[in-house]
Design a protein around this ligand. Structure first.
Ligand SMILES: NC(=O)c1ccc[n+]([C@@H]2O[C@H](COP(=O)([O-])OP(=O)(O)OC[C@H]3O[C@@H](n4cnc5c(N)ncnc54)[C@H](O)[C@@H]3O)[C@@H](O)[C@H]2O)c1
Length: 241
């Protein structure tokens, strides 16, 4: 989803700092954007570390003269994440380090840059599981995404009058590597599908379209919100088959 977001933002005219832990993937995405006539540079970042996040944001300021949009998409969903009884402290801490502290640090340094340039749009990726319990237990992940929603609302309220909007994007299930690892067999996949009124997984492009909307002036009166793109999953009590 991050890759597609970088490519689509570039197509729409954004100058993109492509940032990820995986530098090979970063270089591939930068090359694809540049080959298509867009503007992008790469940055290796582990969002758990303040100095690396600060350098990533600085890259945007140095290369492109500021920061208008940040799309905080990096996240983990460890296979060992399970019920509270079966989830270790290590799994909890790791999940929160990336999914909550990582988003906090990205917001922290982005806000400073956005205040310098007169405003901006922050998009924090949460999940539909922040709105309801998941049929397949993942206590650390679900709790971490709930924290992303409350963090987003607080940031929206603090900075609204300074021209910074902050919204959360809540994807439903999309069969990316993250979810494929978690829903590792057909039985688990079917258990998730049965709850989706549309009866299918989402497409990465359907999530990225939401991100583009939140980034743009089309959503100019929208802040502190959670945009659910989930095939109806959070509206459904049971699914007629
Ligand atoms: N796939 C889904 O069904 C789904 C549903 C709801 C929400 N989400 C959320 O969407 C976002 C993207 O998920 P995805 O499915 O594309 O996952 P993915 O595993 O395909 O991609 C996640 C990316 O985050 C990067 N990353 C992981 N830890 C990092 C770190 N510490 N620092 C920097 N980068 C790091 C990985 O290298 C990877 O490129 C995540 O926040 C995820 O929780 C996914």
């Amino acid at each position: 989803m991050g890759r597609l977001a970088c490519e689509r933002f570039a197509e729409e005219g954004a100058q993109v700092v492509v940032a990820d832990l995986n530098m090979d993937a970063v270089e591939e995405v930068v090359a694809a954007i540049v080959a298509a006539g867009g503007s992008a540079v790469g940055a290796q970042v582990d969002v758990r570390y303040a100095d690396q996040v600060e350098a990533m944001v600085q890259r945007s300021v140095t290369e492109f003269g500021g920061l208008d949009i940040i799309y905080n998409n990096a996240g983990v969903s460890p296979g060992e994440d399970d019920t509270p009884l079966n989830t270790s402290e290590e799994t909890w801490d790791f999940t929160f380090d990336v999914n909550v502290k990582g988003v906090f640090l990205c917001n922290k340094f982005a806000i400073a840059a956005m205040l310098d340039s007169g405003g901006g749009s922050i998009i924090n990726v949460a999940s539909f599981v922040a709105h309801m319990g998941a049929a397949t237990p993942q206590i650390a992940y679900t709790s971490s995404k709930g924290a992303v929603l409350s963090m987003t609302r607080e940031i929206a309220a603090i900075y609204a009058r300074q021209g910074i909007r902050a919204n959360a994007l809540c994807p439903g299930p999309v069969l990316t590597p993250l979810l494929a690892k978690f829903l590792s067999d057909e039985e688990k996949r079917q258990r998730r599908l049965v709850h989706i009124p549309m009866g299918r997984f989402g497409e990465a492009a359907e999530m990225v379209n939401g991100a583009l909307f939140l980034a743009s002036d089309d959503s100019s009166y929208m802040t502190g919100q959670s945009l659910l793109i989930d095939g109806g999953i959070t509206s459904s009590y049971t699914t007629p088959l």
